[in-house]
Every structure is written in C-alpha cells, then in structure tokens.
Design a protein around this ligand. Sequence first.
Ligand code: IMP
Ligand code: MG
Length: 189
Amino acid sequence: MDTNAVIYQDLERILVKREDIAKAVKELGQKLTEKFRGEDAPVFVCILKGASVFFTDLIREIDLPLTTDFMVVSSYGSSTKSTGVVKIVKDLDKPVEGKHVVIVEDIVDSGMTLHYLKKVFANREAASVSIVTLLDKPARRRVDLTVDYSCFNIPDAFVVGYGLDYDEKYRNLPDIGVLHPRIYSAEEK
Ligand code: IMP
Ligand code: MG
C-alpha cells in the first residue's frame, strides 16, 4: 500500500521509510551472516508479535543454515507506557542449551524485556546470546543493556508500523511512523 492509504491518516509523520528499512535489514543480514559463518547453526528467536515483520524480512537476508523459534512476551497492555513487568506468554518449542541464540526484537525502549530475556537464555545455558533490534530509543533506557545490532536509533515518540502496534493495530503499515497523539490521548484520559 502507499502512504495515502486510509490508515496512514492516523500518523503524525513518517519516521522511517520502507526503502530505508529494506536497506538496513539487508546490511544487517550481511553482518549476521559474517558473524556466524562457520559456527553451528544459530537459532533466531522472534519476539512476537512486534518483531514478526522485521524477522521474516531479516532471516531472508541471512546466508546461513539457521533455525527459527518464536516467543510471546508481554510488557505492554493497550497503553503506550510500559508496565515494567515481563511475562513469557508462549515459550520456545526447543531447548537452547549449547546454541547461539539471536533474539530479534522490534524496539528497545526501557530495555526491561531484553534484560529479562537475556538472563533467561543465559540460565538455559545458551552458547551465546545476541540482541538484534530494528529500533532503539536510547533516551528511555531504565536498565543497563548491551544491544548488539540496531538498525535505527529513534527519538522518544510512540511509533507504529512494520510490525509495531498500538492496541494491536497498525502492524500492517509498510513504513514506521509516529502515531498521532489524538489516537491515544482520547483513550487514556
Ligand atoms: P521495553 O521492555 O520497555 O524495552 O519494551 C519493549 C517492548 O515495548 C517492545 O517490544 C514493544 O512491544 C513495546 N514498545 C516500546 N515502545 C514502543 C513504541 O513506540 N511503539 C510500539 N511498541 C513499543
Ligand atoms: Mg515487542
């Protein structure tokens, strides 16, 4: 769809265009290919649902015999503010012991989700744990977290599209945009 589609009207502005996303994803795929070449097949873990679009594009840019697994964690309800509580709603299908784990996230905000997941995979004795994110909001960090690969640093604004949602909507926007505050201020009063 193009940017005059109806759902684009809920955006204040477009922050990252689809062409720039595609370019960054391709470059990241090449970096990850280099990093894990010659190693045992890494397992790429998609953090659902936000990372789903990024994940499916990214793995197709990686020239390695990787495996995939999926996890659902919750840290947000329908609001735009983190609850600070991380819960595994759906766990991985296979154990990660002895494997190189690459966690693929849509966005790092407070950092609490990934801080928690990194500990979980370390406890499960993964051979290594790497963190890959499409977006990073460094200004919002509340815990110390090393992000190994990030495609874009963004300002402190609530964004949607390319998998990211507000109240489960807008995941299908091909670009990433700042949601117009009128959309959530009406609901959070
Ligand atoms: P953290 O634990 O605070 O780092 O939050 C990470 C999760 O919060 C992400 O995986 C997203 O699901 C959600 N999130 C944080 N910021 C945004 C945003 O701007 N738009 C949509 N979801 C967000
Ligand atoms: Mg998420």
